[in-house]
Design a protein around this ligand. Structure first.
Ligand code: PLP
Length: 920
């Protein structure tokens, strides 16, 4: 049977509770179905049996949620039992409305089973409005108990009695009695902010949860079946580390508290003690995440009557609101923006360059949220974050293994630092004119070659992009472990510009830099790891061949590893931060050795006039994700799956467009799970999860490559069409595709709009082909062929010219990119040759070699096809000549390619710099 894990509809019949990829929208759909069934029953076109069946389905899942809760669900059942079709329809409608509009968070009447007695059932449910402004933020608390089910209502009532008017937040308890149900609730209920676990709960849920079981049974059945609160806490923490955990035990609390594993628990209580203490602790725990030290202070600052006698005339808005000529700017942005503008570093506003107050505290809270040891806020995008990390960690002559296809900030970072990039290539996706990610074998080979050549000590950094623009996610843990097996102190820089949100998905988190670093750290602490390492060492023998090392899943020596992990992210790309808001996350046992260098990097790159609003937005973006990130990311994934499903299954759209699945984006050799697509008929949850867990690369479902070449559009044309005619904006394009990205802001209405537009465009193509005759059809086919088949091969990095290779190894390609870069400053030493000039072909054939004087980066695809000092090969020229894009950074078509002249190369100082350790 076809089994679509993205569709809530498919899982309806079996009463399953583990429908994790269809969370928020799936729930809405279930309620719509229930309302429909009730209305049909009331109108005489349906039946009570059909309503009861829908009600049973809904009741199972609603048990994991605070609203509507048992008494409203019970009231619905009572109306069915008493054959009250109209009453059932009215109540179902009212509950569904309260859920969709989220009004239950403010309106007590939404919780009252009887307040609808006289209300009418409207024909349409109100649209989901998103969060209304609540007087007090609302959340839910999971209570896992060993008490019999008959006592749950009174347990919940006891919790509700603790509410006080002065509480900053309000919450509703969700009472459950087994470990399986608790794990499901944690995965399905995005409103949970805390979990209270009493000892003595059961293990098996009474509901069906085959996928959950296949996962939980294999990883934690043994751990969980003895009803240990601490073990359940550990499993929950692995899925959602942001949740506050509280344990309640009526024995051995001191013993539990002394267990080192209990550090994930916020507090441990003796069960018979005052519940009020626990209530206060829960509120305090949420307040700790709600706190935004810098933003809070900025708000206070804006309210103070301050007179300024320094720079920044727009501060307080005086220069704007008093002006006849620029007042519209003030009206557009509103006065608060200007009240919150300041160039002061006093009054609680702190200094970005040397933070000690609210910025420092905001950074520390962010480190906690991401599982890092420290965080730097950056106000000039990840373009700057990357340069800062590269500058701080590398010295002239150090070698860094770098994905040649990475963002240009890394390449420029190498120029600035004087480090030598050893370029490694990602696997090509020639069909779509894009690159994937760098295979681990390639990275290991680079390290092993450097080792063979006696230069491994010079290799300091591995610098990769995770996930890539197009959605390739590394197996970060495996990459780091295997590299550390070859070089135990290698530093990792993961550019997660697009991936900050992934921290809040249990499926994606293990594949983030910090998620993997935490797992490696735990592995390093486990005494079994040394045994595993020693066993592998004995098996490999004393002098394993390179091929053996390449073929083996290597384990590092836990006693030697120095774990040094850096992550940069464009917070503004996937969280609610203002543009250019970015962060550097650090988890480095040797940080003290580079601390001063980091300060220098901050001093080098950070503006001395950072933007207050931007810093505040980083603070607030963190708060949001810690409190609702799980649900927002689940929604983004669900939106993506809906797009994938609708595009690929729509009879008209799928004739001209398709979203590429994992099988198209990740070659089979890197996908041993066999996972093909989020929609494929043979895909199921277990395979998808295996892919997320084990495959060398998996695909971020929220990044969708939409092929438009089959509709006769190149990527840029299609992007412009969507933007100009349909108000749909997207970012990246390739020769024959555009990249759609779902985000925490997207709604199902956005999906509907996109689908409607694709139907319209497909219909136009269809009509044009039908009415245009054979000529039209032939030219369409030719255009499609040219876009989809006649694609240029992607040129690999060739090599640096001898003049820039200095002491480079015979079999590795690193080079002195900095000297190459500065050669371009010598105008006399540079020459220009037009791309299509015969001279290019002559030089390629007979020499002297063509050596690029600068970076040449075409958009799309956006990777440098030439870097300074690189020897240009026929493949690169062919690619450039075939490339029909207008925007090529570093290339002026009127002048031609900028090259370092043979004379200048000859003159270059051949005295090789000394990179011996004492000089580095
Ligand atoms: C992989 C990667 N890293 C870094 C950046 C630069 O980030 P920002 O735009 O925040 O400067 C980008 C921008 O697109 C990117 O794709």
């Amino acid at each position: 049977m076809e089994h679509d894990m993205s569709s809530p509809q498919k899982n309806k019949k079996d009463g399953r509770i583990d429908v994790f990829f269809a969370t928020p929208g799936g729930r809405e759909d279930r309620w719509r179905d229930l309302v429909d069934a009730a209305k049909k029953w009331a109108a005489g076109t349906g039946s009570r049996a059909a309503f009861e069946s829908a009600l049973n389905e809904t009741t199972v899942i609603e048990a994991f949620h605070g609203y509507p809760g048992p008494s409203l669900m019970e009231a619905l059942r009572d109306r069915a039992d008493s054959d009250d079709a109209a009453g059932a329809a009215a109540l179902a409608w009212r509950i569904a409305s309260a859920l969709l509009t989220r009004s239950f968070r403010q309106h007590a009447s939404d919780w009252d089973p009887h307040s609808d007695i006289s209300s009418e059932v409207s024909d349409v449910l109100p649209p989901a409005l998103g969060r209304a402004t609540a007087a007090r933020p609302y959340f839910e608390v999971l209570i896992v108990t060993g008490a019999p089910i008959e006592r749950w209502a009174s347990i919940a009532a006891e919790w509700r009695r603790l509410r006080r008017p002065q509480d900053e937040f309000v919450y509703e308890p969700v009472v459950l009695g087994t470990a399986e149900d608790a794990v499901c609730a944690v995965m399905l209920n995005a409103d949970l902010a805390a979990v209270v676990i009493h000892e003595g709960f059961g293990y098996r849920s009474r509901h069906d949860a085959p996928v959950l079981r296949s996962i939980v049974d294999s990883v934690a059945k043994k751990e969980l079946s003895d009803g240990s609160a601490l073990r359940l806490a550990r499993v929950i923490h692995q899925s959602r580390p942001e949740l506050d955990l509280y344990l309640l035990s009526d024995r051995r609390v001191e013993e539990i508290a002394g267990d080192p594993a209990a550090d994930i628990v916020r507090r441990i209580f003796y069960a018979v003690e005052e519940l009020l203490e626990l209530h206060l602790a829960i509120l305090e725990g949420v307040a700790a995440r709600y706190e935004t030290p810098f933003f809070d202070n900025l708000k206070k600052y804006a309210e103070r009557p301050i007179t300024t006698f320094h720079a920044l005339p727009i501060a307080r808005g005086a220069s704007i609101f008093k002006s006849d000529w620029i007042r519209d700017m003030g009206e557009f942005y509103g006065p608060t923006l200007f009240l919150a503008e300041s160039s002061a570093t006093t009054g609680g506003l702190d200094s970005m360059l040397e933070p000690t107050g609210t910025i420092k505290r905001a950074q520390d809270l962010t480190a906690r949220a991401f599982g890092a040891e420290r965080v730097f806020f950056v106000t000039n995008g990840t373009s700057t974050s990357n340069k800062m990390v590269v500058q701080a960690l590398l010295s002239p002559g150090d070698i860094a293994i770098v994905d040649r296809n990475c963002h240009k900030s890394h390449h420029y970072g190498m120029v600035l630092s004087g480090a030598q990039p050893l370029y490694v290539e990602a696997f090509p996706l020639t069909e779509y004119s894009m690159y994937g990610a760098v295979p681990l074998r390639t990275i290991k080979q680079a390290l092993l070659t450097a080792k063979r050549e006696g230069r491994l000590d010079r290799v300091k950094l591995l610098d990769l992009t995770n996930c890539t623009f197009d959605g390739h996610i590394y197996n970060t843990r495996r990459v780091m472990e295997e590299c550390l097996a070859i070089k135990p102190d290698l530093i990792f820089l993961w550019d997660e510009a697009w991936f900050a949100f992934a921290r809040w998905s249990p499926f994606l988190r293990p594949r983030t830099a910090m998620g993997a670093a935490a797992d490696i750290e735990a592995w390093l602490r486990d005494p079994a790891s040394v045994v595993a390492y020693e066993k592998q060492r004995a098996e490999l023998g004393n002098d394993p061949s390179e091929e053996t090392l390449l073929e083996t899943r290597l384990l590092p020596d836990p006693r030697k590893v120095r774990l040094r992990v850096y992550q940069t992210n464009s917070t503004h790309k996937s969280m609610s931060a203002l543009r250019q808001g970015s962060m550097i996350l650090v988890k480095d046992v040797e940080y003290h050795t580079v601390e001063q260098q980091f300060k220098e990097a901050v001093f080098t790159h950070a503006s001395t006039s950072p933007n207050q609003q931007l810093i505040a937005s980083l603070d607030v973006a963190r708060r949001q994700m810690e409190l609702e990130g799980f649900g927002l990311v689940a929604n983004a994934i669900e939106v993506a799956l809906a797009i994938r499903r609708e595009v690929n299954r729509h009879p008209l759209i799928s004739k001209y467009f398709r979203v590429v699945g994992a099988d198209g984006m990740v070659p089979a050799e890197y996908r041993p799970s066999g996972f093909t697509d989020f929609l494929a008929s043979d895909a199921d949850w277990a395979t998808a999860l295996r892919s997320f867990r084990d495959d060398e690369f998996c695909l971020d479902p929220t990044r969708m490559t939409l092929v438009c070449g089959t509709a006769g559009y190149d990527g840029t044309q299609f992007k412009n069409l969507l933007a100009n005619q349909y108000n749909i904006q997207l970012n990246k394009t390739s020769r024959n595709s555009v990249l759609l990205q779902s985000n925490i802001n997207n709604t199902r209405s956005d999906v509907a709009h996109l689908i409607r537009v694709l139907v319209e465009i497909s219909r136009e193509i269809e009509e044009r082909l039908a009415s245009g005759g054979e000529g039209e059809r032939r030219s369409f086919a030719a255009r499609v062929k040219s876009l989809m088949t006649d694609v240029p091969d992607l040129p690999n990095f060739s090599y640096f010219h001898e003049a820039f290779r200095h002491d480079a190894g015979a079999d590795t390609n690193e080079g002195d990119i900095r000297s190459g870069f500065y050669s371009a400053y010598d105008a006399e030493g540079c020459e220009y040759i037009p791309l299509h000039d015969k001279e290019i072909d002559r030089r390629l054939q007979d020499g002297p070699p063509l050596v690029s004087a600068n970076f040449v980066i075409p958009y799309p695809p956006g990777f440098p096809i030439m870097v300074p000092g690189q020897v240009i090969t026929p493949g690169t020229i062919e690619f450039m000549r075939k490339l029909d894009v207008k925007e090529i950074h570093g290339y002026d078509a009127a002048q031609g390619l900028k090259l370092i002249s043979p004379a200048a190369l000859a003159k270059l100082d051949r005295v090789k710099p000394d990179y011996s350790p004492s000089m580095a």
